[in-house]
Ligand binder design. Structure first.
Ligand SMILES: [Zn+2]
Ligand SMILES: [Zn+2]
Length: 442
């Protein structure tokens, strides 16, 4: 499946700019293509909305753009290997789909682009009056999902798969058939299938997620059995992703699970997440969380980071956790002060580098306390935040801190650093494969 992703509020801005009560309007989008096998994620980079003088013809039923408007944009696409999206509106009710005339125009355009801007997919996007957006690969019937990513993940196109209304009856009563449909359409990535990740996987499978991508390099150890949901003594020595896959299949026999027993700080492994629609970061190292943080903004894939802490310093005891969503317009983990550059450097060192580095402190090597009840609370907070972002349940916070000692839950507000290289306006936000991911190359 191909997804066309806008960083919020670019999609709403585009719709507003094209709004005209009587005449068709048009625009062309320049996009960064991220190709991953048969799947692709097309990241909208810039929108060019036609002004009055850019139309050769414009009426209630037809629109045609002046080549003087199109050619420079097509040239820019050719030079940088970018995808083009041709956008138009149907301003009157009752024309919810592409017309025969659209089919004919697109066929010619697709033929022209096959030699003018080859090697990347191009698309046609239609905004019909009072109906969901339609998008397809230019000159074909292949559908494209259109998403706007911000504090909410908004799908502008309709998801075709109908939910199982018997199985999900009680959920449909909570967030409607539309909400259930939106959940079911997503492929979710879970990084870390230990204490929190296994509970996240279990809840998502119950909720109706069918497609999963699981990443964890570790195997089940005897000391994990106190908290990894789905693991039994017989599983010691098995990959954590295999145990999670098995648990998901017990809940949903039709699940489509890709299990990768690899390390997210290896770039080729992290890049696999570019095919997902939503990521849960359930790891406990700074390097892995830094990777997911950057990836979420760079590939416009919303993520939720879960952090649990149990500790004591002097007579101060800490038992708590935080849950933070990462997406355009929300501050990243650097802006909320959750990452430490020194720790990232240490965690990415090879064994050889560690032994030869006089400053190596092995801060990451110490086993931390871990208790299932706190993991369960944290995973549940993250899943409720996910449901709010995806299915629209009215729960506003995108950054929560839970303090078990005082029995408090606080919605935190952090201001993003405008110069942040990961989430700021001049950052790697939305650049896709143009910037390298952190970590080791292979
Ligand atoms: Zn049309
Ligand atoms: Zn930031």
């Amino acid at each position: 499946m191909i997804a066309l992703a806008f960083a919020a509020p670019a999609l709403s801005d585009l719709r507003a700019a094209l709004d005209d009560a009587t005449l068709e309007s048009a625009a062309i989008l320049l996009c960064e293509p991220v190709l991953e096998g048969a799947q692709a994620r097309i990241l909208v980079k810039k929108a060019f909305v036609a002004s009055d003088q850019d139309y050769l013809e414009r009426s209630a039923v037809r629109v045609s753009l002046d080549p003087k408007f199109c050619l420079p944009i097509e040239k820019a696409a050719k030079q940088s290997g970018l995808s083009l999206v041709y956008v138009h509106t149907h301003p009157t009710v009752g024309h919810p789909d592409f017309s025969f005339e659209d089919d004919a125009t697109e066929a010619k355009l697709a033929e022209y682009l096959s030699w003018r801007c080859p090697g990347v997919p191009h698309m046609a996007l239609l905004f019909p009056k009072d109906a969901p957006a339609r998008c397809r690969v230019l000159g074909s019937a292949q559908p494209v999902r259109v998403l706007e990513i911000g504090a909410n993940l908004v799908a502008a196109t309709e998801d075709s798969q109908q939910p199982d209304t018997d199985r999900f009856d009680r959920q449909i009563r909570a967030f409607g058939k539309d909400g259930q449909q939106r959940i079911a359409a997503l492929q979710v990535g879970i990084v870390g299938l230990g204490g929190t990740g296994s509970i996240v996987a279990q809840q998502l499978a119950h909720l109706g997620i069918q497609r999963f991508l699981l990443i964890d390099p570790d195997e089940i150890e005897i000391s994990n059995l106190n908290r990894v949901v789905g693991a039994t003594p017989a599983d010691v020595g098995q990959a954590k992703v295999a145990i999670a896959e098995c648990m998901i299949r017990h809940i949903r026999s039709d699940a489509d699970v890709v299990a990768i027993a690899g390390d997210i700080t290896t770039r080729s492994v992290a890049r696999r997440l570019s095919r997902t629609d939503f990521i849960f970061c359930c790891t406990d190292t700074h390097a892995s969380r830094h990777t997911i943080n950057q990836l979420a903004y760079q590939y416009l894939i919303p993520a939720i980071d879960l952090g649990v802490a149990i500790g004591a310093s002097g007579d101060q005891t800490t038992i708590g956790s935080h849950v933070q969503m990462l997406a355009p317009n929300l501050p990243c983990l650097w802006c909320s002060n959750h990452l430490n550059a020194h720790r990232i450097r240490e965690e990415l060192m090879t064994e050889e580098q560690r032994t030869s580095d006089p400053y190596f402190e092995n801060g990451a090597g110490v086993e931390q306390p871990a208790v299932i009840s706190l993991n369960g609370t944290t995973a549940s907070l993250a899943i409720t935040m996910f449901l709010s972002a995806v299915a629209g349940i009215p729960s506003r916070p995108r950054y929560l801190a839970y303090d078990a000692v005082r029995g408090r839950m606080n919605a935190l507000a952090v201001t993003a650093n405008p110069d942040c290289p990961f989430c700021g306006p001049d950052s790697t936000l939305g650049v896709g494969d143009r910037a390298p991911l952190p970590g080791r190359p292979e």
